[in-house]
Write a protein that binds this ligand. Structure first.
Ligand SMILES: Nc1ncnc2c1ncn2[C@@H]1O[C@H](COP(=O)(O)OP(=O)(O)OP(=O)(O)O)[C@@H](O)[C@H]1O
Length: 314
């Protein structure tokens, strides 16, 4: 194969002079390693991470009357994580700035978005290497500092299924009024996360874990970790599929509108954005982590994920 041309598909360039971790909206990408099955069948790794901001995807192409060639597509984001980057490195560059922000009274949201099996849940909720595990430790370490010692930690964990909220900490009961539980320490918080994850269903629009800081029942700050439904999910239930598509589309539109300081943000167009509305407005920060599979046979989904992520900050 020969390379036939280079196609820049995302023009947004990182501004290296700007303190990127302070951006209100950040878009990052994480590539997972090839798994055992993919290695067994000699799948090619088509995602080449060039540096902390750029990845290139080699797209094989067969053209009439020409030799087979490779199109190289280049994408640039606030951060790009390789398969060798561990959970702590991802945490430091994505969720850690958000946690510092909520201790200062802000509202933050961290999303994982991508194809099924690309590492969304691993990135967010793995009990050892996930962002939430590092977040739990970091939050309770920060509470030991005198300036934070008055704060308490509360948690809520729910999913959206057919436009209805279900409490993942209470056997998926339909939520009438959202219940928050106090977490006494990081281990206790991780137990809540583990319990919620075991109660998750397939076909939901997304699972939302909220960690809330309070002082004497008064709100101080909040971070929401949102594990979105796989963007490739084939569901027999048409209603769920439509709802997931609508939510992903609206989420993208809302974040773009916020980025462009538009007056009208279309929160009402999906249940997901409706429930997250208060986290999006005023004193808020957002980080999206798009997860991708590196193997050639998932290339279509990988392009979909990267284009979605690019559109957020176009
Ligand atoms: N960065 C990574 N390093 C090592 N293993 C990973 C990584 N990302 C994902 N994996 C592994 O890949 C598999 C699929 O990951 P995961 O379940 O997180 O995917 P997902 O995107 O949440 O899929 P679904 O949408 O179907 O829930 C898991 O076995 C996970 O441990």
């Amino acid at each position: 194969m020969v390379r036939c041309k280079t196609l820049p598909t995302c023009k947004k360039q990182p501004n290296i002079f700007y303190p990127q971790q302070e951006d209100d909206i950040r878009v990052c990408v994480r590539k997972r390693p090839l798994n055992d099955n993919e290695i067994l069948i000699n799948e090619r790794d088509i995602a080449d991470i060039r540096n902390n901001y750029t990845l290139k995807i080699d797209k094989p192409r067969t053209r009439a009357n020409t030799r087979n060639c490779i199109e190289r597509h280049s994408f640039t984001f606030n951060e790009v994580f390789d398969e060798d980057d561990n959970g702590n490195e991802v945490f430091i560059k994505t969720a850690l700035p958000l946690i510092k922000f909520i201790f200062n009274g802000g509202k933050a949201t961290c999303f994982v978005y991508g194809q099924s099996g690309s590492g969304k849940t691993f990135t967010m909720f793995d009990q050892k290497y996930g962002l939430c595990a590092f977040a739990a430790q970091n939050i309770f370490t920060s509470l030991k500092e005198e300036k934070n010692s008055h704060l308490e930690v509360y948690v809520a964990f729910y999913e959206i299924y057919n436009k209805q909220l279900h409490d993942l900490l209470d056997n998926r009961k339909k939520i009438v009024e959202l219940k928050e539980r106090q977490a006494k320490n990081d281990i206790n918080l991780l137990e809540f996360i583990k319990l919620g994850n075991t109660n998750r269903s397939t076909g939901s629009t997304g699972a939302i874990l909220q960690i809330i800081l309070k002082h004497k029942n008064e709100f101080h700050g909040k971070i929401s970790f949102v594990d979105l439904a796989g963007n490739d999910r084939e569901l027999s239930d048409m209603k769920s599929r439509m709802e997931i598509n609508q939510s992903l589309l609206t989420l993208n539109e809302c974040i773009r509108a916020l980025d462009q300081n538009k007056k009208r943000i279309p929160f009402r167009n999906s249940k997901l954005t409706q429930v997250l509305e208060d986290s999006f407005v005023e004193n808020s920060r957002i980080c999206i982590i798009a997860t991708i599979s590196p193997n050639e046979s998932n290339i279509r989904h990988t392009f979909n994920t990267l284009r979605y992520a690019c559109r957020v900050k176009e």
